[in-house]
Design a binder for this molecule. Structure first.
Ligand code: S3P
Length: 169
């Protein structure tokens, strides 16, 4: 169970349901939801896609680290929906494991994710060959999610409500 003074952080691949699950869990715990992509868009006044296109992925990752650290530093215990790529930077992984936070990895088989990621415009990395890209990302990132996770919740074959209950338990 997450401590009353601890953040609850959701990590996992694009399309796994971090934002949806995060919104419901935040409502249930009566906590603010901090969504890293949304924080980035508010901070920069640009969409995720615009940042990738205008400034490139490294610039996006730099702002991502800033907002993640800011979210983890916030004094009000929150639910933090961290975007799929936050585990790539070692500094972020250190921040996640060092913070007063419970990190939940929402895991899914890549074939389940492929159907889900085709909606929404904030995933420029998947513009070409979404399935192959997701599979490659999964291979690279799986050990990184595992490294930061306090708890692993599989979403395969589960409804959103089941996943929410599993996270809350
Ligand atoms: C990314 C995930 C996206 C978004 C960007 C890059 C990634 O967020 O930050 O397209 O590298 O996994 P979601 O995980 O919310 O889709």
């Amino acid at each position: 169970m997450v401590g009353t003074d601890q953040h609850l952080v959701l990590v996992g691949m694009m399309g796994v349901g971090k934002s949806t699950v995060g919104r419901i869990v935040a409502e249930r715990l009566r906590r603010p939801l901090l969504d890293s992509d949304q924080m980035i868009e508010e901070r920069t006044g640009q969409t995720v896609r615009e940042i990738f296109e205008a400034d490139g992925e490294p610039a996006f990752r730099a702002v991502e680290t800033e907002v993640l650290c800011e979210a983890l530093d916030s004094s009000t215990p929150a639910v933090i929906a961290a975007a799929g790529g936050v585990v790539l930077a070692e500094a972020n992984r250190r921040a996640l494991t060092g913070a007063n936070a419970k990190v939940v990895w929402l895991s899914a088989d890549p074939s389940v994710l492929v159907e889900r990621v085709l909606s929404g415009g904030h995933r420029p990395l998947l513009d070409d060959d979404p399935e192959g890209t997701l599979r490659r990302m999964f291979t690279t990132r799986e050990p990184l999610y595992r490294e930061v996770a306090d708890l692993i919740v599989s979403v395969d074959g589960r409804s959103v409500n089941d996943v929410v209950e599993a996270v809350l338990r």
